[in-house]
Each structure stands twice: as C-alpha cells, then as structure tokens.
Design a protein around this ligand. Structure first.
Ligand code: AMP
Ligand code: GLY
Length: 443
C-alpha cells in the first residue's frame, strides 16, 4: 500500500515513522515533509494548501490512503475534494471540521449534545459583549471564533481586561476574519489533559491520554506556544475515567454530528479540564495533537495504518487498541525567540550520537537538509521522545539525549512532566560543561 502524509511537523514525522512500520505499507510520501521525514519518506514539493495538486498526485500514483496532519486543509475541505474524486483520505469533512474551525459552532454542538463544557455566550457586536461582561462574575476567557494558529484565546482577570480582549478581536481584528465573532466563557480550573479518539462516523477508539505543556517557559510561565512537550499516560486518567470520557463526551458528539448529516471521521481531539465537577471540554481539534502524537505513538502497539484506514472506511467497530504499558515523554527543542519572532538558518550538530539509544527517537519539525547539513527553518525544531519503565526514566533518557544536541539559540523546557511528578520536585540543572542533568531518579 502507498500512503501520502500531508504536513511538515513533529506530528507528521511521528505518524510517518509509525505508518512505515506497518507490514501493509510499502511506500510513504510526504508533502512537504522536513529534514527528518526525508530519511524515511519521499518528500514532495507541495504545501498542504495545494489541494488539487495533492489530489492529482494521489490519483496518478494510486495512493491507497492520504493522511492529513494539520487543521487548515481539513477546515478548508480537503477531505471532501479527495472523496469527490474517489480518493481515500483520513480526516473529517469540511462540515465536521467546523468543530475546530469555529469555536462558536463547537460550543453549540456541545450544548445541544449535552457535553460538559464551560458556560458561554457568543457575540458579534462589541457593545453587547461589554454589557454581558459587566454582568459576569469571576474570571472569563475570551476566544476568537475561527482558526488563529493557537493564539486566539485570551485570559482575562478583570472585566476591563476582558473588554480589551473583545476590542482587539472584534473591533481591531487582531486575528482577521477569525475574529468576526467572539466566545466569552467561564474560566475553568483543574488539570488540563488531551484525549484523542479515532472516529469512523459512529465508533470511537480512544488513544492513550497525554498532557501537553503549552507555555514557553518552565513552571508554565511565558507565552502560549503550539506545545513544548508531552507525556503519556497521565496519572489522573485510569481506564474507568477514560470510559466515562468516551461515554459523556465522544459518543454524544459523534452521535449528534451523524444525526445532523455531517458524521465525524478522523481524529477528534478533546482538550479537557479535569474540574472538581468532572471533565469539561475546553476545545475540540479535528487532527492529531503536536507534540501529543510524539508521546502517544511510541506506546501504540496496534498497526496505525490499519487503524486509520478503518476510520476512513467506517470499519472501527469491533477493533481495539493495544498499548505498551511503559511511559513516553517528549520534549520540544525550539529556536531562540519562539513563539514570537525566532531565528532560523542555524546549523544543527550531528544527531547520530544523541539518537543512538534503544527506545529513543528524534522527530523533526522545523528542519531542512541542505546538502549534508541539517538546518533550522521553524520555531519548533526537534522533538526528543523516549519510552521508559517510569515517567522519570523516560524523562531522564530524553534529557540525557538533549545534552548531546546543539544548535545556536536552542531552548526547551526543563520541567516536562512536572505536574505528574510534582510531589518529587523534579528539576533539572546544567552542570559546568553545559550538560543537562536530570536528578529525578537520584532523589
Ligand atoms: P484553546 O485554543 O481553546 O485550546 O485554548 C488554549 C488554552 O487556553 C487551553 O489549552 C487552556 O489552557 C486555556 N483555556 C481555554 N479555555 C479555557 C477555559 N474555559 N478555562 C480555562 N482555561 C481555558
Ligand atoms: N499541542 C496542542 C495542539 O496540538 O493543539
């Protein structure tokens, strides 16, 4: 079988790494891929928005399954276009991808389907939003309705701050048309976790839960990023709680979408807050998480190709997933300045020694091969992921490998997993040679 994977991040590298292990997969193409993906797939010079060119390629090469990594092509209807041409593709239709493409739509679906989420209201007029804010008690979150590259969510500690957020989104159009409406919602507190399900329109198989670290700096300080590291499993979600999440969140949403004539297929990613009154949905995404995928797939024993094909063909019923019980941790190495203005074009030192350890993988994101050299071309550059008998063991392996990797301005969080390990005060430090020490196992 031939597979085409669309995207160029760490998530796509991990997907391709896993897909290529399938005995059914003979060849993987990537569009456009990156420096690491180029080692295991044939990279094509098409960006993910080139729907027609990608479909032409899939048709000409008789690709058996196309897998879409990022949200934008999904929200813009890539799946509908491929299916219209009789090409098999993994992911939701344009109508179903609105669960990520419009936060107001997602909230409405949750409300109608009875899915637990923060209370909310949607506004198109700033004045009406201000009047609402004057009556709100407690902190709120103000969200641009549409896709805003993960930046459209503003936390407000006072009514004044919330009004400022509304003004920037609705009036000043900080996020362009994505800010034609705002969602104002109650601010929830608790542990945040990512639960992803593979859905075929009817049946949902949950992937192992994970926790991302969105802020750029240790201790959850600094700005929001695409994600600086993740681990799986998470200690607060046992099999019973996951089943409750499947029943209370995934089943009602997929049932609702099917009833509306827009069945959901692909990955449904629920960003959840585990509150005192149970899990509540913060957001839905309609694709694999990045870097969650890099921490989940090394634990998946089931054939990924078979799973994604079954989703595309509506055949998940009766299937189950098998997991490696070990923990997996992934730490993102980013360019100096990320997530705002960052440097690119830095040479990355050899990764061979760092990668030379069983159960450890370096998934590339913003890298490019230039002759023999590997250079940085993005904000998030590399993902170092490892399996360990415990989360501490996995993290120790990851940080040991990071100590052998170098590019100018490289930055990363030294406290990935701290929420799970917090009672043990995990801290890493650098010794005089600049090598990272991860003292957990010696505590
Ligand atoms: P989103 O893009 O909707 O995932 O929001 C980005 C981040 O904002 C989430 O990962 C949460 O950390 C935070 N967030 C979103 N909605 C809420 C909420 N209602 N209460 C508290 N935090 C939230
Ligand atoms: N890591 C967060 C996301 O993929 O949206």
């Amino acid at each position: 079988m031939k597979v085409l994977v669309i995207g160029s991040g760490g998530r796509e590298h991990a997907l391709i790494w896993k897909l290529a292990q399938s005995p059914k997969v003979a060849k993987v193409f990537a569009a456009p891929g990156n420096g690491g993906i180029a080692e295991m797939a044939e990279c094509l010079p098409f960006n993910p928005d080139k729907t027609k060119e990608l479909a032409d390629f899939a048709a000409a090469q008789a690709i058996d399954l196309t897998v879409v990594g990022p949200e934008s092509p999904l929200v813009h209807g890539m799946v509908d276009y491929f299916e219209g041409r009789g090409l098999k593709i993994f992911g939701p239709s344009k109508a179903a991808a609105r669960l990520e493409g419009s936060k107001a739509f997602a909230k409405e679906v949750m409300q109608k389907a009875g899915v637990p989420t923060a209370s909310f209201q949607v506004f198109r007029e700033a004045e009406a939003a201000y009047r609402h804010l004057d009556q709100c008690r407690g902190p709120v979150v103000v969200k641009a309705d549409g896709l805003a590259a993960g930046k459209g969510v503003l936390m407000a500690d006072s009514a004044e701050e919330a009004k400022q957020a509304v003004k920037s989104i609705l009036t000043d159009r900080l996020f362009g048309d994505a800010g034609a409406s705002v969602v104002i919602e109650e601010r929830l507190t608790g542990e945040e976790v990512s639960v992803l399900g593979i859905v075929d329109g009817e049946t949902t198989l949950l992937l192992a839960p994970s926790q991302d670290h969105k802020r750029s700096q240790d201790n959850d300080e600094g700005s929001n990023t695409g994600g600086m590291g993740a681990y799986s499993p998470v200690p607060w979600l046992d099999a019973g709680k996951l089943e409750e999440i499947r029943k209370r969140i995934f089943e009602p949403v997929t049932r609702f979408m099917a009833r509306e004539g827009t069945p959901f297929k692909g990955v449904l990613y629920a960003g959840l807050m585990l509150t005192d009154s149970g899990p509540k949905v913060l957001e839905f995404n309609v694709r694999f998480g990045d870097p969650e995928t890099q921490a989940i797939l090394p634990r998946l024993k089931t054939d990924l190709f078979g799973l994604l094909l079954a989703s595309a063909e509506g055949k998940l019923k009766g299937m189950s997933l098998e997991w490696d019980p070990r923990a997996c941790a992934c730490v993102v190495l980013a360019s100096q300045g990320y997530p705002t203005k960052y440097d690119i074009g830095r040479e990355i030192g050899s990764l061979t020694e760092a990668a030379d350890e069983p159960g450890l993988w370096i998934f590339h994101a913003g890298t490019k091969k230039e002759g023999q050299r590997l250079i940085t071309i993005g904000g998030r550059v590399l993902n170092v992921a490892a399996l360990g008998d415990s989360l501490e063991g996995a993290l120790e392996k990851v940080y040991r490998a990071i100590g052998k990797i170098y590019f100018e301005g490289m930055q990363y969080r030294r406290d990935i997993g701290f929420r799970a390990l917090r009672n043990r005060h995990p801290r890493v430090s650098e010794d005089q040679s600049g090598r990272v020490r991860f003292p957990l196992s010696r505590e």
